[in-house]
Design a protein around this ligand. Structure first.
Ligand code: ADP
Ligand code: MG
Length: 703
């Protein structure tokens, strides 16, 4: 029975859980730790020493040799520097492994090689990592051995955030404080905090590693920069929820086991729309832990793929012509005494607290649509947003028929007297039960959709950290709650005041609600009429971070200072420019060294054929025609290549980050497309055996 998988046993086996702390720590120490976890505060050094020792003992019992402060710099991925537990051997040469409280709670990595956007002058290269006690330590096990990972925040010498976690934690405190004010107004005196919960659905592609290694574009850019469509795409809709093939199934099984050991509740797995595309969704948890776990999910997906001769592509658009990948960020708010603020109950029209929360979220999303859009931007996501597979780049809210009707009634009459009921769904088969119908259908085209007891933010990119979207969501909703509470706490007659406020907000911000088809051209026009922003690219979105409105918001709740926002904006420009530069250089390299030589060789064989056929006295016109066609495309490709080289060179002369990012978007990126077109056309003309790289057919249908 040894190969029976015991999930209860392996779950969180590599996590220093609360349970393990309770078991291993003296009672008073455990209590202190638990209190700080729940209410905040700082561990005393003496307590930290006790915790560190228990943590180290547990880690060493499980084979750990090193520890690391595991953090999330602005690269969007995680960083780690390993330190062994070894110390000076004693006089007799004996080794005692050690790990102190000081080492647990604080680290001082050199920050100079992480993006800081000018926040950290080189003479202050030191950065600090500080243990985030709310996220449990865990063991990472791979070829490096077993490493104890301590989730940490990462700051500069002056305390400015250099990472994704710090602002997220700040935003969670802000939303908790402001949401508490709201629930207090409705008589909830028991709740001590309100927690933002998040469940991210992670999409990904798997390709064969051997083929991956034959494509420089996949290696350097994580996406294909060339590639003609295969004869078949996703039009038969036969991949979505299709039977999972053995090779993929065995990957998914391993992935689940690894994630379960790390305490990640991997729950749902299925094939996605595009060939070779899949999805994994965990059960939701506290935003902070969900962010950490999503990083682990992405990392583990890549690691496990290697063991199966596969490569996992997390890029938002690895292949043109089929769907790209996103990450639906399910977000909700719950009190610590079990009330989900986004649960409308059976009669949302009578649920005043829910209606106020909804009105505040409408206000938040409408007021800061630009920031929300920005929070879901990354370089790869520019290929998705606004293309007909992902939400448009325009932010709107989907409420569903029932809630939209409630809002309409409230706006028109100030009362929501009736409710559209879901009713029964007759299956028409006597042996099948009739199903209760939800009053809201699903809407797949909305970027921000209400789905029962949570909002689903569908814009987020598959490769991106979910820290920014959740930081922004928490911040904008905290602001709306704060403003509502400011008014309502002072009201003489709460009932009347809350009623008026709901009506006022819903009236004022109803333009953000849209239940129709977000992919349609009519919506783009309608949204423009409503005055909703349509920010088309990451580069254009970046400036929204430093508007007066944004600075006011983030400074008010202590989430970002102006300097931190400015640095983040600058990092975004730099990241964009660097990424497109790598893509352009990769295209140049592939064209120059692989594609042109292969095509030239092919034209020679065609030319030889023409001559030989002619000499033999036969008609060589078909081959000659093909030769002409290939030569024409070859000329086009060479011309585009030269232009691309010139543009990249020109980019090298631009220093100002914003100007450079725009240059890459408007000049370099467009030229890349001009090069891709003739190369893809050539792929269709050239003998498959002569084509130097695996095709789309090879990559996504033969996994
Ligand atoms: P679908 O693909 O149908 O939208 P999935 O089951 O793939 O649904 O994913 C739904 C996600 O939403 C899961 O991660 C789930 O845990 C999460 N979720 C459910 N309730 C909440 C909640 N209250 N807060 C945050 N996330 C939630
Ligand atoms: Mg899903």
């Amino acid at each position: 029975m040894s190969d029976v998988l015991n999930v209860e046993e392996i779950f969180a086996s590599k996590v220093f859980t609360l349970g393990k702390m309770k078991e291993r720590l003296p009672k008073n120490v455990y209590k202190e730790v638990k209190k700080i976890m729940d209410q905040g505060g700082e561990l005393s050094l003496a307590t930290a020493d006790v915790v560190a020792k228990a943590m180290k003992d547990w880690a060493v019992e499980n084979g750990a040799t090193h520890y690391t402060h595991w953090f999330q710099p602005l690269t969007g991925i995680t960083a780690e520097k390993h330190d062994a537990f070894v110390t000076h051997p004693d006089a007799e040469g004996k080794m005692i492994l050690e790990f102190s409280g000081k080492e647990l709670i604080k680290g001082e990595p050199d920050a100079s090689s992480f993006p800081s956007g000018g926040l950290r002058a080189t003479f202050e290269a030191r950065g600090y990592t500080a243990w985030d006690i709310t996220s449990p330590a865990f063991l990472k096990e791979d070829a490096t051995g077993v490493i104890l990972c301590i989730p940490t925040a990462f700051c500069s010498y002056k305390g400015e955030a250099l990472d994704k976690k710090t602002p997220l934690l700040r935003s969670m405190e802000a939303i908790s404080q402001q949401a508490l004010r709201i629930v207090r107004l409705f008589g909830n005196t028991e709740a001590t905090k309100v927690v933002a919960s998040v469940g991210p659905e992670q999409e990904y592609f798997l390709v064969d590693r051997e083929k991956y290694l034959q494509r420089e574009d996949l290696i350097f850019a994580g996406r294909t920069l060339f590639g003609a469509p295969a004869p078949k795409g996703q039009e038969l809709e036969d991949h979505y929820f299709g039977t999972i093939r053995e090779r993929i199934g065995s990957y998914m099984k391993d992935l689940n086991v690894e994630l379960w050991k790390l305490g990640v509740t991997a729950k749902t797995q299925h094939n996605e729309v595009a060939p070779a595309q899949h999805e994994l969704a965990p059960i939701y948890e506290t935003a902070n832990i969900a962010v950490d776990h999503n990083q682990l999910v992405m990392e583990t997906m890549k690691k496990v793929a290697g063991r199966h001769g596969l490569t996992c592509l997390l890029h938002e658009k690895p292949f043109a012509g089929v769907n790209g990948s996103g990450k639906h960020d399910n977000w909700s708010l719950g009190t610590d005494n079990g009330v989900n603020l986004l649960d409308p109950g059976d009669t949302p029209n009578e649920n005043v607290q829910f209606l106020l929360v909804l009105a505040c979220i409408m206000k938040a999303v409408d007021t800061h649509a630009d920031l929300l859009r920005q929070s879901a931007s990354d370089v790869g996501n520019d290929h998705r947003l606004g293309a007909n597979e992902a939400p448009p780049a325009i932010i709107s809210m989907f409420l569903g028929e029932q809630l939209e009707d409630v809002v309409k009634q409230l706006v028109e009459t100030g009362e929501a007297a009736h409710l559209i009921e879901g009713g029964k769904l007759a299956t028409g088969v006597s042996t099948l039960p009739d199903l209760d119908k939800d009053a809201t259908d699903r809407n797949r085209t909305s970027p921000f959709a209400f789905t029962g007891n949570k909002f689903e933010f569908r814009m987020v990119g598959s490769a991106d950290s979910i820290a920014s979207p959740n930081t922004t969501l928490n911040a904008i909703v905290a602001e709306a709650f704060c403003e509502a509470a400011d008014i309502l706490e002072k009201a003489d007659n709460f009932e009347i005041a809350v009623h008026d406020l709901i009506k006022e907000y819903m009236t004022k911000y109803q333009r953000i609600v849209f239940n129709g088809n977000g992919y349609s051209e009519e919506w783009v026009e309608e949204a423009a009429r409503r005055g909703l922003p349509n920010i088309k690219s990451m580069v254009e979105a970046s400036a929204t971070l430093t508007t007066d409105k944004a600075i006011r918001l983030f400074e008010k709740f202590g989430i970002f200072t102006k300097a931190e926002l400015e640095s983040r904006e600058e990092i975004l420009y730099e990241t964009y420019a660097k990424t497109i530069n790598i893509e352009a250089l990769t295209m140049i390299d592939m064209t120059q060294k692989q594609i042109l030589p292969a095509v030239i060789k092919y034209t020679k064989s065609l030319a030889d054929t023409v001559l030989a056929v002619k000499e033999a006295g036969a008609d060589a016109s078909v081959t000659a025609e093909l030769l002409n066609e290939v030569s024409e495309r070859l000329t086009e490709a060479k011309k585009a290549l030269t232009t691309l080289e010139e543009k990249v060179e020109k980019a090298g002369t631009i220093e100002e980050p914003k100007e450079l990012a725009f240059f890459f978007k408007d000049e370099v990126f467009t030229t890349m497309n001009a090069l891709r077109a003739p190369v893809d056309a050539l792929e269709m003309l050239v003998d498959k055996k002569a084509w130097p790289i695996p095709t789309y057919g090879d990559l996504i249908f033969e996994v």
